[in-house]
Ligand binder design. Structure first.
Ligand SMILES: Cc1cc2nc3c(=O)[nH]c(=O)nc-3n(C[C@H](O)[C@H](O)[C@H](O)COP(=O)(O)O)c2cc1C
Length: 394
């Protein structure tokens, strides 16, 4: 079983690399421009050390948290990621089942490649919906209505895509945003697909043909990466093209907050000022995120911006964080700095690519196990008691 090969997130990445055609692996693994921010995200954890307490009776550390009204068995959430279907036929549905089964939640991307009506029921009430701005307010209203009807409570609005990030790995494969293939890349892709027979076989059996339909290029065709969570012909690729042309403004967030009956979260905030704006616009939470280093290269690692955002948020809004989290100990550091929970993107995509739904479960289990060990060694009995006192700046 490929799951047995996954002993940490780096292993999941290695197996995913061997499993996926390079064009798909690089789409997931890559960042923007020189990937400075992407590397900084992961490197930042080395600059924050621990300050443990010895000789205390800790027992089994309690990882449970309440996030936006949801009780989570541990504070790791699956971040919204487009084109999950290209990893494995289990796709976003498998991720939703994995997260719910482990007592946490998954966030379904607008461009996940599967209609939200199909994914949300798989998550047993534990799927949130991420909204991109594609067709302006009318489109947002339609998607929100569908999400609410499907039973979604938490809407996560992504605000850091005023332009699409410059992902040069994709370009090197001859792929241009939104993952459209030119003649050269079609030949290239044919070779890549042949070099990954296991993946090709799984995709063919589930009706996904990258050769006929490059990721996201044929909206609504029911093939790989197309047909966003919007589904029904308003596919992922069209959204990815147009969302950059009509980014959400704070006035749109206020407008959404008035209409959305559940909780609203703004994803892609990096400063205290923007966290305050999110709160003033009616949001219940923010995600400190640089999109995993896939958008503006040169912005700081999210861990370094977290204290500023936590201070600005105060008791008004909840603070989540993502980008670069690969270990349970990384999650513990962010919680000690005041985050309510952490989201992970590439880790679950790698797990999905490596072994389908069981691969996502394995990645979640690893985060939980590593958190328990870290907390025990720290001498901290529950995540509620984590504070900066447990940290030691290097
Ligand atoms: C392949 C891929 C696709 C993504 N698609 C989306 C998306 O559709 N919507 C969104 O808000 N963020 C998207 N993200 C960003 C993630 O939600 C998250 O912010 C990021 O992956 C966190 O960094 P990490 O991958 O280092 O964990 C995507 C990230 C990746 C790697």
């Amino acid at each position: 079983m490929k799951v047995d090969l996954i002993r940490n997130v780096a292993d999941a990445r290695r197996v995913a690399k061997r499993t996926l055609p390079p064009v798909v692996f690089d789409y997931v693994d890559g960042g923007a421009d020189d990937e400075v921010t992407m590397r900084a995200n992961e490197a930042a954890f080395a600059d924050v050390g621990f300050r443990p307490r010895m000789g205390l009776e800790v027992g089994q550390p309690d990882l449970g948290v309440s996030v936006l009204g949801y009780d989570l068995s541990f504070p790791v959430i699956l971040a919204p990621c487009g084109l999950a279907r290209l990893m494995h036929p289990d796709s976003a549905e498998g991720a939703a089942r994995a997260a719910a089964g482990r007592g946490t939640v998954s966030v379904l991307s607008t461009v996940a490649g599967a209609p939200l009506e199909r994914v949300v029921p798989e998550g047993q009430g534990r799927v949130w919906f991420q909204l991109y701005s594609a067709g302006g307010r009318a489109d947002a209203e339609t998607l929100c209505d569908r999400a609410a009807k499907a039973g979604v409570d938490v809407l996560m609005v992504t605000i850091d895509t005023a332009a699409l990030g410059n992902r040069e790995r994709d370009k090197r494969h001859g792929v241009t945003p939104p993952l459209r293939l030119g003649p050269r890349s079609t030949v290239n892709l044919g070779y890549q697909v042949l070099s990954r027979p296991g993946w090709t076989w799984r995709m063919a059996r589930s009706g996904v043909s990258m050769l006929r339909s490059p990721p996201g290029a044929r909206p609504g065709a029911g093939s790989g990466g197309s047909g966003g969570s919007g589904g029904k012909g308003d596919g992922g690729s069209k959204r990815m093209l147009t969302m950059a042309a009509s980014p959400f403004l704070w006035s749109d967030i206020a407008w959404l907050a008035e209409r959305w009956k559940g909780k609203l979260v703004v994803k892609g905030v990096l400063t205290g000022d923007d966290a305050r704006r999110a709160g003033d616009s009616g949001a219940h939470g923010v995600v400190v995120s640089n999109h995993g280093g896939r958008q503006l290269d040169g912005v700081p690692a999210t861990l370094t911006m977290l204290p500023e955002v936590v201070a600005a948020a105060g008791d008004q809004i909840e603070v989540l964080v993502d980008s670069g989290f690969r270990r349970g100990s990384h999650v513990v550091k962010a919680l000690a700095l005041g985050a309510r929970a952490v989201m992970v993107g590439r880790p679950w995509l790698f797990g999905l690519a490596a072994a389908g739904q069981p691969g996502v479960e394995q990645v979640l289990d690893l985060f939980a196990e590593e958190m328990v060990r870290t907390m025990t060694l720290l001498g901290c009995p529950s995540v509620a008691e984590l504070s900066p006192d447990f940290l030691n700046p290097v």
